[in-house]
Design a protein around this ligand. Structure first.
Ligand SMILES: Nc1nc2c(c(=O)[nH]1)N[C@H]1C(S)=C(S)[C@@H](COP(=O)(O)OP(=O)(O)OC[C@H]3O[C@@H](n4cnc5c(=O)[nH]c(N)nc54)[C@H](O)[C@@H]3O)O[C@H]1N2
Ligand SMILES: Nc1nc2c(c(=O)[nH]1)N[C@H]1C(S)=C(S)[C@@H](COP(=O)(O)OP(=O)(O)OC[C@H]3O[C@@H](n4cnc5c(=O)[nH]c(N)nc54)[C@H](O)[C@@H]3O)O[C@H]1N2
Ligand code: SF4
Ligand SMILES: [Mo]
Length: 627
């Protein structure tokens, strides 16, 4: 199939960043065998997506404008002229009256150029802070002046690997064959999670802990490593303070908050104190809370104390720096004010001087993905706000907006570039089929047409092309295969290792183990196997069959709830209708609902971290059976 195939890369928000070959004649998609990390296969999500968008299933083709409470199709001219006039009214008063909200609907680096739309119109209100890995990433940036990138294949040189709340079998599938190969070489894999997952099958040993227990557990483990005498602190700063904090964490406290048995805890200590390099691969949910930065630094300290930093096969790995190839001066300052990304609804509701008059959502779906989703749903109903969603499909957010503008999904966009947050390859993303005169334009063209309607010069498409050229001329790129280059991430840490310290480490985490009452549960909302964030192959339509809320079998029984019963999850912030199911192996006191489903994030409050990052993992819910 190779000669007539288009080579491209998957731009979904996924660490793998697969390379693939697409045959426009048959619609067949195959993983590129010359891609060093994703090899010969792409996952079910991309396959399903390409087939769906190719057949134009579930796609928007015409702008929709709210009229008498209902979204109705309008012509492109009408849709864009309404959009332009709303922008122009707001911008004339103050450009910050326009909120420009973006997300990670696709990871093309050239999306960056779209922010120039804001600059051309005087600087809107932009979003700052993260729903994803911002807190942990900021923590790890404190450990070393420059961090080394640990290539995934280094697990073959590790002796022990820990997947710390990282559900690779579902969220980073191309790690699975590498870990399997490592295990065949005698590498032991440990896995820490709060529930059973498909990754259990990848692990030699699984430790199930209670949500949020990770930080005290990791501090305790650091203390045990210090006591063992194998630890080295040369080339570090702040050890004394860290050591005295760690000594205050007792074994009984850790057993209490984590729910681990004494044997399991000792087993974990033995695992850590084994021979040879240890690599820890941390996931995202564990750091979406206050102290998420410190947890990552604690894991970093654990690896440091074991002498596993900066050695082949050793390291503490989270999200690779996927911003690195974009020159910092390329787009520059584009915004006149900032709003916190995780709680954007609350910001819109509260903003004064100036208020938000027009909210534009592009590549994001905050109605299912942000915290405090109920507040956003309310403000979108408000009279004073004109809201616009740019998407290729009618998302939960789009359905609530005043105007919906269809835009082309990544397989129909012009040439762009993606980078991975797991490996180190930059890849070209190419259009997969001709859309000659097709009904749905590229977002860059939409924005340029708006600029012209507003009497400005088009600036966006040309800037996107400039971003692509500039990323591909970054110094040190090495071509690996057609359209694939290796980016020169740092290969060694630079600067001394700085231990975490300060009173922050004595957070109120001892409350974690306290029984909360029979119907009160910690809510966990992991990512789904069959979708990426808020998009899934099979949508829950809000009808009778979902979302499912899972509790441990014993607790479900104690509440008098049967498998399949309908009911509600409630929190001080909102409620969501669910069906109940029991899940063997789920810890007591935990309720699991997959994220990305409408209604779920109404349960999660608006509080964010001081750095404006998300606290999605810190929610409690009450369980209510129907009737
Ligand atoms: N199939 C699929 N793949 C994806 C995505 C997707 O939506 N679907 N999304 C992509 C994105 S944007 C991201 S950020 C990554 C996320 O990748 P992951 O971090 O692997 O995924 P999560 O589901 O957020 O969390 C991983 C695990 O953490 C566990 N967990 C939750 N709370 C705690 C806790 O307090 N302690 C511990 N130890 N474990 C806890 C959950 O049970 C879950 O199994 O995946 C990417 N890949
Ligand atoms: N409860 C809970 N909430 C979570 C999480 C969780 O684990 N639990 N995970 C969080 C994480 S890790 C993340 S990264 C965020 C993600 O949150 P978001 O970035 O808001 O959500 P996505 O679902 O990735 O994508 C948003 C929209 O972009 C659209 N889209 C795709 N391609 C394009 C395009 O080319 N152009 C335009 N204009 N639109 C496009 C998609 O159709 C989708 O509707 O969610 C967070 N929310
Ligand atoms: S979603 Fe992830 S694993 Fe699936 S094809 Fe895209 S990059 Fe690869
Ligand atoms: Mo994410």
């Amino acid at each position: 199939m190779e000669p007539k195939c288009v080579l491209s890369a998957c731009a979904f928000d996924c660490p793998d960043a697969c390379g693939f070959a697409f045959d426009p004649a048959s619609g067949e998609v195959r993983g590129r065998v010359d891609h060093p990390y994703t090899g010969g296969f792409v996952c079910h999500k991309l396959r399903g997506f390409l087939s769906q968008v190719g057949k134009r299933e579930g796609r928007l083709t015409k702008p929709l404008l709210r009229d008498g409470g209902v979204l109705r199709e309008v012509s492109w001219d009408r849709g864009l002229s309404v959009f332009a006039s709303k922008l122009s009214e707001a911008v004339r008063k103050d450009p910050r009256r326009v909120l420009w909200a973006t997300g990670s609907g696709n990871l093309r680096l050239d999306n960056r150029a779209f922010d120039l739309f804001s600059r051309a119109l005087g600087g809107f209100t932009g979003l700052k802070g993260s729903l994803c890995g911002g807190e942990g990433g900021a923590g790890l940036a404190e450990s070393y002046r420059v961090r080394r990138h640990v290539p995934p294949e280094e697990v073959l040189r590790s002796r022990r690997v820990i997947l710390w709340g990282r559900n690779v079998a579902e969220t980073n599938v191309h790690f699975v064959p590498l870990l399997a190969k490592a295990r065949s070489l005698g590498v032991r894999v440990g896995y820490v999670d709060v529930r059973p997952t498909r990754t259990d099958g990848m692990a030699d040993v699984k430790w199930t802990v209670r949500p949020g227990a990770d930080l005290p557990l990791v501090l305790y483990l650091c203390g045990r490593i210090m006591e063992s005498g194998v630890c080295s602190v040369e080339g570090s700063e702040g050890f004394e303070e860290f050591a005295s904090l760690v000594r205050g964490v007792s074994r009984d406290q850790v057993l209490g908050v984590s729910g681990l048995s004494e044997e399991a805890l000792e087993d974990m200590v033995r695992f850590l104190l084994g021979d040879g390099p240890l690599s820890v691969w941390a996931g995202w949910a564990v750091q979406r809370r206050v102290g998420g930065d410190l947890l990552m630094r604690g894991l970093d300290a654990m690896v440091f104390l074991l002498g596993s930093q900066d050695v082949p096969g050793g390291g503490m790995v989270f999200s690779a720096d996927d911003e690195a190839p974009v020159p910092s001066d390329l787009v520059g300052d584009c915004f006149g004010r900032w709003a916190p990304r995780p709680s954007v609804g609350r910001f819109i509701g509260d903003a004064k001087e100036p208020p938000v008059e027009v909210a534009v959502f592009s590549r994001c779906n905050p109605v299912t993905q942000s915290q405090d989703a109920g507040t956003l749903e309310e403000v979108l109903k408000g009279e004073g706000l004109f809201s616009v969603c740019l998407d290729w499909r009618l998302s939960a957010t789009a359905r609530r907006c005043s105007l919906v503008i269809p835009v082309a999904p990544f397989p129909e966009q012009p040439k762009g570039v993606v980078f991975s947050y797991w490996h180190d390859l930059i890849q070209l993303v190419n259009p997969l089929w001709e859309v000659s005169g097709g009904p749905v334009p590229y977002e860059g063209e939409v924005l340029d047409r708006l600029l012209v309607l507003l009497g400005e010069r088009p600036a966006v498409v040309s800037a996107a092309e400039r971003v692509v050229r500039s990323v591909l001329s970054a110094p040190g790129l090495v071509e690996v295969a057609e359209g694939i280059w290796r980016f020169p991430h740092p290969r060694r840490h630079q600067g001394v290792f700085r231990f975490p310290g300060g009173k922050d480490l004595t957070l109120r985490f001892w409350e974690l183990g306290v029984p909360k009452g029979i119907d009160l549960f910690e809510l966990i909302t992991p990512h789904r196997h069959d979708g990426v964030n808020g998009w899934a192959l099979s949508e829950w339509a809000g009808g009778g069959d979902g979302p499912w809320a899972c509790l441990s079998p014993g607790e479900l029984r104690a509440l008098g709830i049967a498998q399949g019963d309908e009911g509600w999850l409630e929190s001080p912030f909102g409620r969501a209708r669910v069906r109940f199911s029991s899940l063997d192996g789920l810890a007591n006191g935990v309720c699991m609902v997959f994220s990305g489903q409408e209604g779920v994030n109404r349960l999660i409050g608006p509080n964010i971290t001081p750095r404006w990052n998300t606290r999605l993992s810190e929610a409690m819910v009450r369980v209510r059976r129907e009737g």
